[in-house]
Design a protein around this ligand. Structure first.
Ligand SMILES: Cc1cc2nc3c(=O)[nH]c(=O)nc-3n(C[C@H](O)[C@H](O)[C@H](O)COP(=O)(O)OP(=O)(O)OC[C@H]3O[C@@H](n4cnc5c(N)ncnc54)[C@H](O)[C@@H]3O)c2cc1C
Length: 396
């Protein structure tokens, strides 16, 4: 007798999630329809529902909040104790949206969700449990408590204007449409859908990722693969410094990775140069003295790196790599590009030309540094858009 194929626990969990999603009844109309049940969408849903609106969240994947689980290596670096506008690509817009109490507002929101947290190096904030699932659970619980309908396994395929609002069409475990007074776009990417609404949207490109690079003559990246160094990393374009980061650099066979490189990647283009100073924090005179005393650079650098650089202090102070593009773009933490921010009123995140339409999170052309800045933007922009969407009047 032929054996039935065994179901893995992952496929069983997916089937259960789809069955639960199929059982959710999506109302025919609501005040606020949130497109995307990720980080910013859940914050928007909570804000809108707590302001008294009836809310539906349409989410493409089989469960809401899944994107949160992968963040911070499963630990979710959900904000930063030192949020500052300068760490974003569009400081003026982020400041106008988030206001002077940006960090406090994010923490107050999570305090009200019942989350405990802890601070690590660089002001990075993590849930006390160090489990991204804690962040997701408290958010989902709050969204349900305030009456939002969470409808996963439903991909939004289009939205059209009607006399009193929007009609949002979706496909998936059940196809249908919902009439909403306001729509909040919280879908992360999705250029085609965003453009179909008549909005200007720059192509999404991966950033906060490793960089594929050509190594300087005589340096073999395969010999360095896996070695780490603390470095000052400068990004040079035609000789001018475009950006500078200090932190960990990880050498890979294809180029450079590590937090300092992730942060530089937000500004990098093919043809730029990354210059590494591996002796950061040590003066030139002291470095020369130490190298002379040790007879090599092994007391200053990882000995494997020192040997690869043939103990050249000159190379260690200005090791130059030419960027050829993003590496492993599928593992990028954020995208640059998205909805042009000048189309939105920063006080409400309402589209200036399309009544009843709001956007938040990564769908907007906002990206920030590593360290909790991107999730902080997702939460805060979601709260602003959700509150404003709940307060917006019907179109006429
Ligand atoms: C591996 C990884 C690690 C990260 N770690 C951190 C970190 O530690 N700290 C930090 O600050 N940032 C981190 N980030 C970045 C952070 O996760 C994002 O900036 C943030 O999730 C953006 O929120 P969002 O709501 O805009 O988009 P998302 O959280 O991506 O949510 C968008 C949601 O919309 C859904 N969707 C898309 N299209 C449709 C559609 N047509 N219909 C219905 N639903 C749709 C998606 O399935 C998704 O659930 C990380 C990112 C990655 C990929």
């Amino acid at each position: 007798m032929a054996r039935k194929p065994r179901r893995t626990s992952r496929s069983r969990a997916r089937e259960e999630a789809l069955a639960a999603a199929g059982a959710v009844r999506v109302p025919e109309r609501c005040d606020v329809c949130v497109v995307g049940g990720g980080a910013s969408g859940l914050a928007a849903a909570v804000a809108a529902a707590e302001a008294g609106a009836s809310v539906v969240v349409l989410e493409r994947s089989p469960a809401c909040g899944r994107t949160i689980l992968a963040t911070g290596n499963g630990r979710c670096n959900f904000s930063n104790a030192h949020l500052s506008w300068e760490r974003y690509n569009d400081p003026a817009f982020v400041e106008a949206v988030c206001g002077p109490n940006f960090g406090e507002d994010v923490l107050a929101f999570f305090g009200d969700c019942g989350l405990a947290w802890a601070e690590e190096e660089g002001g990075r904030l993590y849930p006390l449990s160090r489990q991204a699932a804690s962040v997701r659970e408290v958010l989902l619980a709050r969204a349900r408590r305030c009456g939002a309908t969470l409808a996963p396994a439903r991909e939004v395929t289009g939205a059209t204007r009607e006399d009193t609002g929007w009609r949002v069409a979706y496909e998936g475990v059940r196809a249908g449409n919902v009439a909403a007074r306001s729509v909040v776009l919280a879908l992360g990417g999705g250029e085609a859908l965003l453009r179909s609404l008549g909005l200007s949207c720059d192509p999404f490109e991966p950033v906060l990722c490793a960089l594929a690079c050509e190594a300087p003559d005589g340096v073999s990246l395969s010999e360095l693969d896996g070695r780490r160094a603390h470095a000052v990393a400068r990004l040079l374009r035609e000789g001018d410094e475009v950006a500078r980061e200090t932190g960990e650099v990880l050498f890979r066979g294809y180029g450079l990775s590590g937090i300092a490189i992730f942060d530089l990647s937000r500004h990098a283009r093919s043809g730029d140069v990354v210059s590494l100073d591996l002796t950061c924090g040590v003066s030139e005179a002291a470095a020369c003295r130490l190298a002379a005393t040790a007879g090599s650079c092994a007391g200053l650098l990882d000995p494997v790196i020192a040997a690869t650089l043939k103990d050249s202090l000159e190379a260690a102070c200005d090791l130059r790599f030419v960027v050829t593009g993003p590496a492993e773009p599928e593992r990028a933490q954020v995208t640059r590009g998205g909805l042009a921010t000048d189309q939105f009123d920063p006080a409400t995140l309402a589209a200036r030309e399309l009544g009843g339409l709001f956007a938040c999170g990564e769908a907007l052309d906002v990206d920030g540094a590593c360290g909790g800045f991107n999730l902080a933007w997702a939460w805060k922009s979601g709260l602003v858009a959700g509150r404003a969407a709940a307060a917006s009047s019907p179109l006429n």
